[in-house]
Design a protein around this ligand. Sequence first.
Ligand SMILES: [Ca+2]
Length: 327
Amino acid sequence: MSPDETEGRHLIVDTDTLGINDDALALYYLFALGRVPRLITTVFGNASAATSQAHARTLAAEHGLDIDVVRGCEKPLWWSEPAREHVRAAVAALPAATYVAALSTDNEHFWGASTSANPHPRDGLAPRELAKTLQTSEACDILAIGPLTNIARAIQLLDDHTTLQRHRLWISGGSIRSGNVTGDAEFNAYADPEALHTCLGATWGSLVMVPLEALAAPRLVPAAVTRIRATDTPLGAALDRLERESPRGTSTDREPIWDVVAAALMAEWDLPRTQAPGTISVSTDLPHRGRIHFEQGQGAHQLVTEIDPDLLVRRFEAAVSRPRTSP
Ligand SMILES: [Ca+2]
């Protein structure tokens, strides 16, 4: 990819941003870089789509940016009662410390029954807005950093699927070797494997998956957090507030910056990476819900297999530490 290919493309970010999580850091980074999304859509995952919408709006306002932030799906694509109860039992059986966020078994908004007349009564209009943007924009980069439900539903709304050939999809998540929800599934893939399956089956201009193995490699070490805190920037102020209100002590839980990695590989074309072409598929059945299979060779997909984690973190720090030149 060259700068010419990045220039002039619209950016859509689909996210489950919350607090100063990795989604939020990805947004701080993209805003600081001047790669401002034309549209942000929010989806269930770390929280509800409604909570993430309010959060993304706050982040945009902190940066003086006026961005459309549209709330989307609150439940997975395929959520019939037997499937739901089956998955609920599987989530209940996970070790107590497993990060399940919106999938927490006591979250009735998520697991509660829907009526057949309106199976998704709480969903916002994100799929419709996404479909509209994909139809009207000449070229989009779609950065998917949450479960892929909104994007899958947008695909289902399109009359003409050849539209997708103008756009590129970047997927943050999926795991090749070992997962972070179950032994072989990463969170976004586990949360909605049917949606991921739909996205993998569509004919995009390009589809790049940045799997957990690559996402987990860069670490935002405490020394870097301390340096960013000292800068007169939106993230500096936010990290300073966070560290004062909830000091991390000896914990290193602010180190992984998963979704930033996918954002950086999308936004900074000259960041080194190795990508393998092939076919990516996802298991939709328990007990391997969300497991990714990659078959290298001829295929429509690209899998990122190697990055330079230290350089990526340095680029992130440089972007978010740059003093603001305009309000
Ligand atoms: Ca995310």
